[in-house]
Design a protein around this ligand. Sequence first.
Ligand code: AMP
Ligand code: ZN
Length: 463
Amino acid sequence: MIYVHNTMGDKKEPFKPEKKGIVRMYVCGPTVYGPAHIGHARTYIAFDIIRRYLEWKGYNVKLVINITDVHDDMIARANELNTTIFELADKFIKKFFADMKALKVKEASVYPRVTQEIEPIIETIKILEEKGYAYETKDGVYYDISKFPEYGKLSGIKPSKSITGTRVETDRYDKRSVQDFALWKKAKPNEPFWESPWGEGRPGWHIECSVMSSKYLGLPIDIHGGAVDLIFPHHENEIAQSEAAYDVKPFVKYWLHTGFLVIEGQKMSKSLGNFITVPELLEKYDARVFRFFIATKHYRSRVDFAKDAMVHATNTLKRLDDFIQRLYEVEASGPCNVDAIISKAKKEFEQAMDDDFNAPLAWRAIFNLETEANRLMAANKLTKDASAKIIDFLKDINRIFDVFSFERKQAQLAEEDMRLIKLREKLRKEKRFAEADKIREQLKKKGIILIDTPEGTKWRLAQ
Ligand code: AMP
Ligand code: ZN
């Protein structure tokens, strides 16, 4: 049984998806007006690992990630760059997909775009208006949070009385409370717009996620994710919209939030000059190293992207890569009961991941297996069959983390050494064994061990 920490109620709960064997998952996607940064990478890798773990457990996961391609910030950026939001979005959507691919984040099932979902968005706003949750003003349509008494149940942030209780005498076309949020924004001159019952305009930000999640996944959805910054107001508003419009409670069974990524202890921001885009990251580090760095953290923890931590991740992954290469080189045969060690590791791994995807603990199980295997290797007790089983286990785990390299590296020998190996093979065929043995000894002195197999002579470097 998997347990997940639900932000709603702030407690761990047994994970029981609505439909047996199927997980309907929605993760808030990027606003596409600039390159993806390593904070995005953190969140999407963390959810990628959660998604892959659920698949590893046998669930059929349907994942939706929305693309916010119309937004106030996008309009501002498009004006700055003398382009349209459509061109801006096309450019950065392509880059976003390329960045995610480079980071080995598996594709979502659907990536709906706001500008292609205007009709269902308008339909939902109409429902909210008909039910009395929304009102029109001179600049848009707003959600009246005083009509939704449960507002604040996710974040614990309740609307303050002074704001909702005493309504300031205003023009009836003004917003009623500062905390009411826009469902529809009427277009100002030179802004992109769509026709609607409230005139030309565009959707507010929050409504897209209510509409797209229900349209593509149905209701209720099992997992809704994003980083902690989205709990309030974005996810709080999503709940107010969906539960009021679609008569479903709760609209989301489990709210999961990733911790923020900071840089050397500081919030990442352009003004501090510590903003790192995904391409900039990948110029410096192998994508596997960053994935490993994130994979070894708890998804709920804050992540500090610091030089020391990245050096540590680089070295640890290198050590694991070398470990895999050494496993490939084991040639010994004979009895070696490695099954108990592997099943212990697998059990500990699974127990940790079942407990709210506790990756740091799950990795400990893998490191313990490495230590055990190294001990057997050092004592010359690890056999080829046992090594193969360990490699199979690591390959299985890698379906989730996707960090290991299983490419078998053949160290390069000098041309002269390769010539000697070939010559020795020829001598053996001619049954000139004494001369062949001399070559074997000569190479052994250089640390090259020859192994004669039915498929020919192989070599490895002495450890
Ligand atoms: P945005 O493009 O800012 O709307 O963000 C897209 C997704 O990335 C959302 O789920 C955010 O919560 C998440 N996100 C943004 N910045 C960070 C960060 N520094 N660390 C972790 N996640 C982030
Ligand atoms: Zn969202």
